[in-house]
Design a protein. Structure first.
Length: 227
C-alpha cells in the first residue's frame, strides 16, 4: 500500500519513515500541497497522512480539495497535528478526515491507526474508474476489467498500467519508469522494468491491447490507445 505523507517538518517525516521502514508500506513524501498534488497524480496513494499546518495551502483546505475530487475523495486521510483541542478534532473529522493523530506520536500508535483506517476500506461508486474503449480501471479497488471480465494483475502491474494510462503518448525511459512506479526501490533495475512490461503485455494480449504498450527504440516505452 502506498502512503503519502504531507508534512513540512523533516523530523516528523523521519519518524514516519522509521515507523514504516520494516513494513510492506511504500512511503511517498511531500513538504507541501503542491508537491503532494503531483505525487497523487502520478502514484494514487491508498492513504494520506496530512499535517494541519502547512506552508501555503493548509492541511484542512487540502482535505476539502481531496473530498471534492471524484478520483481522490475515497483516499483515507489521517490528520497529523499538534492541536489538542476537541474542536479541532471534530472539525477535521467533519471536513472529511478519517482519523486524527496528535503530535508527538509513537511509531506504534501510527501503525495501529494506519491499520485501523485501512480495514475500513474505501467506498466505491460507478464514476471512480478510468475507461479506454472496453478496458477500465477501478481506482478504489485497483482492479482492471475488459467487458466486465476481471484481469488478474499484480499490484506492480496495476500501478504500471495506471501510470501509462495517465501519461499516454509520452516516451519514458526505463530509468524514468523506475522513478515513477518504483520510487525509493534502489534494488530494482532496468531488467525488472522489462520483465514487468512483458508481464503486463501478456495480461493484455488476449484482448488485443498489448499493442498499446509500445517499445521505442533507443528511448524506452510509451502507451498509446490510438489505433
Amino acid at each position: 500500500m502506498r502512503i503519502l505523507i504531507i508534512e513540512d517538518e523533516k523530523a516528523i517525516r523521519q519518524i514516519v519513515r522509521y515507523a514504516l521502514n520494516n513494513t510492506t508500506y511504500i512511503l511517498l513524501e511531500a513538504e507541501n500541497c503542491r508537491e503532494a498534488e503531483k505525487l497523487i497524480a502520478d502514484f494514487t496513494p491508498q492513504m494520506i497522512l496530512l499535517d494541519w499546518m502547512l506552508p501555503g495551502k493548509s492541511g484542512i483546505e487540502f482535505v476539502k480539495q481531496l473530498k471534492e475530487n471524484s478520483i481522490t475523495r475515497y483516499i483515507p486521510v489521517i490528520m497529523l497535528t499538534a492541536k489538542t483541542e476537541e474542536d479541532y478534532k471534530i472539525k477535521a473529522l467533519e471536513i472529511g478526515a478519517d482519523d486524527y493523530i496528535t503530535k508527538p506520536f509513537s511509531p506504534r500508535e501510527l501503525i495501529a491507526r494506519i491499520k485501523t483506517v485501512s480495514r475500513r476500506g474505501p467506498l466505491v461508486t460507478p464514476e471512480d474508474k478510468i475507461q479506454i474503449k472496453d478496458l477500465y480501471l477501478n481506482i478504489c479497488t485497483q482492479e482492471v476489467y475488459v467487458n466486465n471480465h476481471k484481469i488478474s494483475l499484480s499490484a506492480t502491474n496495476y500501478q504500471l498500467l495506471y501510470f501509462f494510462i495517465k501519461h499516454q503518448n509520452i516516451v519514458y525511459s526505463r530509468e524514468q519508469l523506475l522513478a515513477h512506479v518504483w520510487p525509493g526501490k534502489i534494488e530494482i533495475d532496468d531488467r525488472t522494468v522489462d520483465a514487468q512490461i512483458r508481464r503486463l503485455r501478456n495480461s493484455l494480449k488476449p484482448y488485443g491491447y498489448d499493442i498499446w504498450i509500445q517499445t521505442v527504440r533507443g528511448g524506452g516505452y510509451k502507451f498509446s490507445s490510438i489505433s
